[in-house]
Design a protein around this ligand. Structure first.
Ligand SMILES: [Zn+2]
Length: 394
């Protein structure tokens, strides 16, 4: 058994001053004047280790290759460079990406895998991985081939299931997955009780295409399929996720009705502010998401639309982007978003300092801090002092 003494413990909903935590693999007790153990740590601030709900590590080789500033221009550059970026990202590339997250206090991440080629690198990750096997493809003629490939990737990941590796499923988006394919895949998620992620309403182009079959996506699709039409309405798409544990990514262009459906589905939203800014898709109405009490997590997305996988940089981007929300209130919500809410979104037993939760903890140096604890944590942290995963120092 180990003990931590800290000037501040963020649970994350509450702040406990001069508190103590007893833990082994799991957290045993939180309080004051707890029994002594053979190992005691002292820190300024301790909180649950952070969770990056949405990444695409396959793209970690990108730095300056992809084109930012417009969603469709970016998408075309992704399609053009995708294969090469995937081939170039091997062991070292994945290790570097995971290291950057780890140093910023991330103990677990949601990884979107489109090929399954990343599995051999991620199965030995020191961090917990929720591995989302992604399905993408709208051509009815290719449904069977895509489904067979998906099943084989899913099977490989199911075989690796452990307390650190959790298989899951991703539907790429309402504009890129054929409804038949989507239904088949969601049935598996239902059967096997797997969490789901889906990109939803990321860009104005997606809004115009799904609502009216117009806009930039019309030109994009007509190059491949003449007379292309949207495959599904946004509402029908959302209703497919009934009874599933779903996280919708981005939702920048989701309207009130869609946000209410997301709320009623008990789903959450993953918010990637830096990605949204770089692809120039606009700003998620986070105030509205918070007012509607829709759970949200902040995530980095992949290096395909970010310059870093450091989660504290992402939190600061969110803090400065949503200037209409009081900074202290927002900072607290942001910390909850990357701990408790993120754990719930990925179906993990961490993200909170409470008895029986996994002892996934981080310690942060914040000397002299007396007030604005959440805010200062976000402002002054790039790397954490220490991280524990399942009670072990990492
Ligand atoms: Zn994404």
């Amino acid at each position: 058994m180990k003990k931590i003494k800290a000037k501040f413990i963020l649970t994350p909903d509450k702040i406990i001053e001069n508190g103590e935590i007893l833990f082994k693999r799991k957290i045993i007790k939180i309080g004051k004047n707890l029994p002594n153990t053979n190992k005691t740590y002292k820190f300024d601030l301790v909180m649950p280790a952070l969770i990056n709900t949405h990444t695409h590590l396959e793209f970690s080789k990108n730095k300056t290759l992809l084109e930012y500033g417009d969603f469709i221009t970016w998408l075309n550059s992704v399609i053009h460079h995708r294969e090469n970026l995937f081939i170039e990202c091997k062991g070292d590339c994945f290790k570097k990406a995971i290291d950057e997250m780890k140093r910023s206090g991330v103990c677990a991440f949601g990884e979107i895998s489109s090929t399954g080629n990343d599995l051999k690198y991620l199965r030995h990750s020191p961090l917990k991985v929720v591995y989302f096997n992604e399905i993408v493809g709208s051509n009815p003629g290719a449904v069977d081939v895509l489904y067979t490939d998906f099943l084989s990737r899913l099977q490989s990941s199911l075989e690796l299931k452990s307390d650190k590796f959790h298989p899951a499923i991703s539907i790429h988006s309402p504009y890129s997955v054929h409804p038949i394919l989507m239904q088949k895949v969601l049935n598996i998620a239902r059967e096997k009780n797997l969490p789901i992620q889906a990109h939803f309403m990321e860009s104005k182009a997606e809004r115009e295409w799904l609502d009216r079959g117009e806009g930039d996506f019309k030109k994009f699709f007509e190059k491949i399929f003449p007379h292309a039409k949207p495959l599904i309405s946004p509402k029908e798409f959302l209703y497919q996720f009934r009874g599933l544990k779903t996280t919708f990514i981005h939702c920048v262009w989701a309207n009130d009705e869609e946000l209410d459906i997301i709320k009623n589905l008990n789903a959450s939203i993953a918010h990637c502010p830096i990605s949204n800014r770089l692809l120039n898709v606009g700003k998620l109405n986070l105030k509205k998401v918070m007012d509607k009490k829709i759970p949200f997590s902040v995530a980095t997305d992949g290096l395909s639309s970010n310059y870093s996988l450091n989660i504290f940089k992402e939190l600061r981007a969110a803090l400065f982007m949503h200037y209409e929300i009081d900074p202290n209130a927002l900072a607290k919500e942001l910390i909850i978003s990357v701990t408790k809410t993120a754990a719930n979104s990925l179906n993990l037993n961490n993200g909170e300092i409470a008895p029986n939760k996994d002892a996934d903890l981080i310690a942060i140096k914040l000397p002299h801090t007396k007030s604005n604890i959440h805010l200062h944590t976000i402002l002054h942290t790039n790397e954490v002092e220490k991280m524990f995963i399942n009670g072990e120092e990492i």
